[in-house]
Design a protein around this ligand. Structure first.
Ligand code: SF4
Length: 307
């Protein structure tokens, strides 16, 4: 029971990956108010303006609460057993008649807010045996998924910066202040970025646009759109050329370093002088290179999905 009457329940906002803790004041099933949960150890009371939408979604008269089966131009409410039975029957029939790949699976972000979804979605897709898998990631993050697959053997192993222990954050083509730290699951990302600077660290942004995140950074470097790869290779070139690559305890886990060194050797920062790819101009001339290599806790953040 809340001090204002009604009941209080605690949950997480499911509108984005930040998963902020929320305190919901309600009378029965009627939501009276939603506010941030001050005791949530992760979000510490933070919520963004989008959270107001939760009450509207909950009360939306068009919200689907029971399965509907289309019959001609109208929809008929059916039981869950009937709905699941119908879908199973049709799925099996379609695959039998047209092959396994005739059924595609699309998964969206909300899946991550459901234990059942997290536990069974991949299993379900595997049982289907279709190679047609799509998600919000496949719209704009396939290169990233391919990269982590090649590096770590699994496209779901997306490394994220440990913002609360990072000393040097390099934000490359991302705008976490607007995306609420998408993929990083970092509620109140503005406070976390400011905390890096408050404890003596640095936040460096590389972006063709003066973004909201750039406004909070120590340094912002503009590059020509589409030249990200050139800038990154120029950075690698400089790190190798100046002997700043030190794998430390990761040395035994890393392979292919010489191959990377060989490719990076062709991308000196000066190369852009005679190249149309002028975006490398602001790359490695001075910023970031030594700091990034010598910081005790460097972290990178690249663009993904909603950033
Ligand atoms: S950042 Fe906003 S939309 Fe995302 S979980 Fe928190 S309150 Fe919800």
């Amino acid at each position: 029971m809340s001090e204002h009457g009604g009941q209080v329940s605690y949950s997480n906002c499911s509108l984005c990956e930040a998963s902020c803790g929320i305190e919901v004041r309600h009378e029965g099933r009627r939501v009276v108010a939603v506010r941030g949960d001050d005791h949530d150890p992760f979000s510490r009371g933070f919520i963004c303006p989008k959270v107001a939408g939760l009450k509207e979604i909950h009360e939306d008269p068009d919200r689907l609460k029971r399965p509907l089966l289309r019959r001609g131009d109208s929809f008929e409410e059916v039981s869950w057993d009937d709905a699941i039975g119908f879908v199973a029957e049709r799925t099996v029939a379609i695959q039998r008649d047209h092959g396994k790949d005739a059924v595609a699976v699309y998964t969206g972000n909300p899946l991550g807010h459901s234990y059942a979804g997290v536990l069974y979605a991949l299993l379900f897709a595997e049982v289907l045996g279709s190679n047609q898998h799509y998600s919000a990631q496949s719209v704009d993050a396939l290169p990233r998924l391919l990269t982590v697959y090649e590096m770590y053997g699994n496209q779901a192993l997306l490394p994220v910066p440990d913002l609360d222990r990072t000393e040097h954050l390099l934000v490359f083509g991302a705008n976490p202040l607007v995306s609420n730290g998408s993929i990083m699951t970092a509620p109140d990302v503005k406070r976390r970025l400011r905390a890096i600077r408050a404890r003596g660290g640095r936040v460096v942004v590389v972006d063709p646009r003066r973004t909201e995140t750039a406004a909070e950074a120590d340094e912002h470097h503009f590059i020509t759109p589409g030249t990200d790869a050139l800038v990154l290779f120029a950075m690698l070139h400089t790190l190798f050329a100046e002997g700043l690559v030190d794998l430390g305890r990761l040395a035994s886990m890393v392979g292919g370093l010489d191959a990377v060194r060989g490719v990076a050797a062709r991308f000196a920062p000066e190369w852009r002088v005679s190249s149309p790819a002028r975006g490398a101009r602001s790359s490695t001339a001075g910023w970031g290179r030594r700091r990034s290599a010598s910081a005790r806790s460097p972290a990178g953040r690249s663009s993904c999905s909603t950033s």
